[in-house]
Design a protein around this ligand. Structure first.
Ligand SMILES: Nc1ncnc2c1ncn2[C@@H]1O[C@H](COP(=O)(O)OP(=O)(O)OP(=O)(O)O)[C@@H](O)[C@H]1O
Ligand SMILES: [Mg+2]
Length: 362
């Protein structure tokens, strides 16, 4: 009855699908929107069959290597199992495969920006402009009135073509593509709980991205390749156990101190050097932002699978000397009450996919 009514008045909810293709997992979220209300319709994910098999995606020089057929098959599987209806989709691009730079432009009108961005950003992009698509957003200033600070992202054409190929194989209409950090930023700032200057650390299986957001806008972003997989590998090598078992040990012990654990394998000590490197990169990003803008990060949000590692949040809070929270991107999205706990637990894994679905509903 309600369906009929809403169709009559043209307020049929809009639906959109977000697909996060990570190196170790593919995640889908379908969200619908009715006015200002967002509803979680369906979600699902598939991880690599074997922990140490070929990743869904990896990086070659300036490009990305996708197991297109396998990814598409997995997307289709999730679509079927989760009974996802919409074909309109937004994919994310690894931050690692895109180039971020910020530039300052003199006072100018809106229509002059594209040309000026091209000209100014050229020296910072390691590829020819013909081989990339440039995307940008004004991060400070007002067109025609003040100087403009612009965040420019260059995405290699080659990368875009790979993702188009996946969409085609999965029989989806690819409407948008955006770097992961923008999707994640959208999903953690939606309900206004992360205002001000906020640090964001996304730690996945093969890459970590540290960013600084100011009032919901990504101001700087830096990616590097120390992440969950490397932590598992070091446990596996040091304890001489296979990858799957090392993965279990990592998830159980993480950075918890020895005396808090029964039968401790001493994992904390094995992981501290790598976690120390992540910490150094993070501090560097925050310091760069401080040098550029004179503002300090007030709070840090962590996301991605590794953010769930026991003891990591507490460790980072002590080292960075700021409050650290785990992302809760399902916040403010309506869902069945029986899912409340589940969504809180899986939220950190779904931040990117949620932000992608939200993009399509903007
Ligand atoms: N509870 C946990 N404790 C420790 N590590 C965890 C936990 N849950 C997931 N991880 C780790 O998080 C990583 C996977 O995170 P995620 O799913 O965000 O990565 P991804 O999106 O596939 O990879 P990437 O974004 O780097 O391409 C794996 O290394 C996994 O071991
Ligand atoms: Mg990821």
């Amino acid at each position: 009855m309600l369906g009929k009514f809403s169709k009559l008045f043209g307020i049929r909810p809009k639906k959109f699908l977000g697909v996060d293709i990570g190196s170790s997992s593919v995640r889908l979220v379908e969200i619908s929107r009715k006015g200002e209300l967002y509803n979680l319709d369906n979600y699902g994910d598939i991880g690599l069959e074997h922990f140490n098999s070929k990743p869904f995606r990896s990086f070659k020089k300036n490009s990305v290597d996708l197991s297109k057929k396998e990814i598409a098959e997995n997307i289709l599987k999730i679509v079927k199992e989760a009974e996802i209806e919409t074909k309109d989709v937004c994919f994310s691009i690894p931050d690692f495969g895109s180039f971020f730079t910020s530039i300052t432009l003199p006072i100018m009108d809106e229509d002059e920006i594209p040309q000026a961005v091209k000209y100014q950003a050229r020296p910072y992009i390691p590829l020819s402009l013909e081989d990339v698509v440039l995307d940008w957003s004004v991060i400070e200033g007002e067109t025609s009135k003040t100087e403009l600070k612009i965040l420019v992202v260059a995405i290699p054409n080659d990368v875009i073509n790979h993702y188009r190929g996946v969409a085609e194989l999965a029989m989806l209409n690819l409407k948008f593509l955006e770097p992961e950090v923008f999707s994640l930023a959208r999903s953690i700032t939606r309900t206004g709980e992360n205002k001000g200057v906020v640090g964001l650390i996304e730690m996945g299986a093969t890459s970590t991205t540290c960013s600084v957001l100011e009032n919901d806008i990504v101001k700087i972003s830096h990616s590097f390749s120390i992440a969950g997989k490397e932590l598992t590998e070091i446990i596996s090598r040091s304890l001489n156990i296979d990858y799957a078992e090392a993965e279990e040990v990592k998830r159980r012990e993480g950075l918890l101190p020895k005396d808090e654990l029964k039968n401790s394998k001493g994992t904390r000590e094995l992981l501290l050097p790598l976690i120390g490197s992540i910490l150094e990169e993070t501090k560097k990003a925050f310091r760069n932002f401080y040098v550029q803008e004179g503002k300090e990060v007030k709070k840090v949000v962590i996301a991605g699978g590794l953010s769930m590692m026991p003891g990591l949040k507490e460790f980072l809070a002590v080292e960075i000397k700021k409050p650290v929270v785990i992302a809760d991107p399902f916040l403010g999205i309506q869902a069945s009450a029986t899912l409340t706990n589940t969504l809180k637990n899986i939220g950190p894994y779904y931040g990117v996919a949620i932000g992608l679905a939200l993009k399509g509903l903007e």
